[in-house]
Write a protein that binds this ligand. Structure first.
Ligand code: FAD
Ligand code: DLZ
Ligand code: SF4
Length: 514
């Protein structure tokens, strides 16, 4: 067997499931982990994300050592640390002879590009293996996409359900007679309901040490580690998953789109950080969710909704990323060109909805989907913030942020920068939507019913201004017909007042041209 150097990246914490370790020979091989500035600093990640990745890597290295595997672990502060993953591969090759280097494909285009360039130039064979922890690889996705003029998650999801035999009846038809039960899943939250408690993991000794290092070395990064609760080992992640299946899954779905003050988790799973790190197997959790339905412990709308998020949305986003990169990142269909308001970083705003989303994000490196999509994402789109600024913010602030999943969600879902590759229309909404789906507006300093003036909810004028500014691109979109009809009924004076008000709001919030 060739003596092999096996590089494991910070989001490849998948004991027993990693293609780069599959033929590992502990008698000859070395597994390389490297904490490097190129990865900690390419965006100024939330402190909790760095702590999560370091704790994940350190714990995995310990488990491999305990199995008798040779591990070369390069700490961030090691004297000779070169600062990059390729630098660390080069250094390891210079210090000991290896016949080849093996790595599982990275999740981000920039690293894949760098690895492919290194592989082409390296004297030692450098093998990049497919990352088969996902359920649809890039070539299968490209084959599915081939010849289609529009790519929609719903159709992809049906193919995936059949491929994996998930939630099918005895005739191979969708369980319950429909592929999608989303209509049952858009309720606002009734006052009398209390969301279930979530299982949060107290940091273990390795995690505590990683947190201390991060507090010391990344003090100026966004957020706080004080409330760190993420699983960093497979055993901890298993506890979270078991708890989710037993207590949260049965209510998953119905209130997916609801937002409640002081309730950051609701019926969301809060598993994306652990799953993107590699700790949770996506297919296994889908099968276990299906088993809960088959055993009569969780209803179909909940289980179907959950499986759709993972088998459908997560895989669809990854497929689009690898199909469309690198051009995808440069898209700016709405020609947005403004700066992101400072309160996205500080949380210092009187807008109750944004304040809640940002302060939750600072404290937990988490906000649920509707906060990301309809509060922070929607507002940045209405302001006309440049996609690069929005993309940078989402990459920085969430513990689950990796470009393969973050970029399609921002460009495709939140800002329509992709011009409709992912969604058929922008998720633009005024304050009325937030008022309907949350309890934010009541105590807010702004009045959700007003459109113009110092007390008017800022979403309102911005929403109509957004529609007016983008009428050439969006006005003929059949799914936008209703709001455009309303816009067209407005007098020229109303429209002028909205434009003036929108400009005033943008200036007040610092969303000025870049
Ligand atoms: P739940 O709501 O409980 O859903 C269960 C799981 O389904 C999630 O853990 C996730 O793995 C998957 N999922 C659900 N929706 C999506 C989606 N749209 N895309 C991909 N997977 C999905 N998710 C990330 O993992 N990383 C990101 O960087 C990220 N950035 C986002 C940015 C924006 C602007 C938006 C609108 C969404 C983003 N999402 C991202 C998707 C989604 O918001 C998160 O996956 C979800 O909030 C994670 O919380 P949860 O585990 O409680 O998810
Ligand atoms: C996110 C991250 C961070 C913060 N630090 C490291 C690191 O020091 N070493 C490492 O191998 N990986 C790290 N990562 C994860 C990588 O950025 C991730 O593997 C790529 O972005 C590809 O998804
Ligand atoms: Fe947000 Fe407007 Fe409601 Fe205030 S009134 S919480 S700004 S939607």
């Amino acid at each position: 067997m060739p003596k092999t150097l096996r590089l494991v990246l910070g989001d490849q914490i998948s004991d027993g499931r990693l293609s780069s370790l599959r033929d590992l020979d502990s008698a000859t091989d070395t597994v390389l982990f490297a904490e490097v500035r190129a990865e900690t600093d390419y965006v100024r990640h939330h402190k909790q994300k760095i702590a999560l990745v370091f704790a994940g890597m350190r714990g995995f290295a310990e488990r491999l050592r305990a199995q008798g595997v040779g591990v070369r672990y390069v700490g961030l502060e090691d004297a000779d640390n070169t600062g990059s993953l390729i630098g660390e591969v080069r250094r390891a090759l210079a210090e000991a002879p290896f016949d080849r280097v093996v790595v599982t494909a990275p999740g981000e285009y920039r690293l894949m590009d760098a690895f492919e360039a290194f592989a082409a130039a390296s004297n030692v064979p450098f093998q990049i293996r497919e990352d088969d922890r996902y359920l649809c690889n890039a070539s299968d996705f490209a084959a599915w996409a081939h010849g289609k003029s529009v790519l929609r998650m719903e159709l992809f999801y049906r193919v995936m359900r059949v491929r994996y035999g998930l939630l099918l009846d005895a005739d191979g038809k969708p369980e319950g007679g429909a592929w999608n039960f989303d209509k049952e899943n858009r309720k606002a939250m009734p006052k009398r309901l209390t969301p279930p408690p979530h299982r949060f993991v107290p940091p273990n000794a390795i995690t505590l040490a990683a947190i201390a290092d991060v507090e010391r070395l990344f003090a100026e990064h966004f957020g706080s580690c004080a409330g760190f609760f993420y699983a960093t080992t497979p055993a901890e992640a298993e506890g979270v998953v078991a708890d989710f299946l037993a207590t949260i899954l049965p209510g998953f779905g119905e209130y997916q789109d609801a937002m409640v003050r002081g309730e950051p988790w609701m019926w969301h799973a809060v598993i994306s950080a652990a799953m993107n790190l590699g700790l949770i197997d996506p297919l296994a959790i889908c099968r276990r969710a299906e088993a809960e339905y088959r055993a009569g412990r969780a209803p179909l709308n909940a289980v179907e909704g959950f499986i759709r998020q993972i088998l459908g949305w997560r895989e669809f986003m990854r497929g689009i990323y690898w199909l469309k990169m690198p051009a995808f990142k440069a898209l700016n269909a709405l020609e947005a060109n403004r700066k992101l308001p400072w309160f996205y970083w500080s949380g210092e705003t009187a807008m109750a909805c944004i304040k809640d989303a940002v302060t939750t994000t600072q404290a937990h490196a988490y906000a649920h989907h509707i906060q990301r999509l309809m509060v922070t994402g929607n507002f940045a789109m209405l302001l006309g913030v440049h996609p690069d600024e929005i993309n940078d913010w989402y990459m920085v602030v969430y513990a689950d942020a990796y470009e393969w999943v973050e970029l399609p969600n921002t460009h495709g879902m939140a800002t329509f920068a992709d011009g409709g590759i992912i969604g058929s229309k922008p998720y633009a909404a005024s304050g009325a939507y937030i008022n309907r789906m949350s309890d934010y507006c009541g105590p807010c300093r702004y009045d959700v019913k007003q459109r113009i003036g110092p007390d008017a909810c800022p979403f309102n004028a911005l929403y109509w201004d957004f529609l007016a500014r983008n009428q050439a691109l969006l006005g003929r979109n059949i799914r936008m017909a209703m709001p455009y009809k309303t816009l067209e009924r407005m007098t020229p004076e109303d429209r002028a007042a909205i434009a003036t008000e929108a400009e005033r709001v943008k200036t007040e919030f610092g969303a000025v041209p870049r």
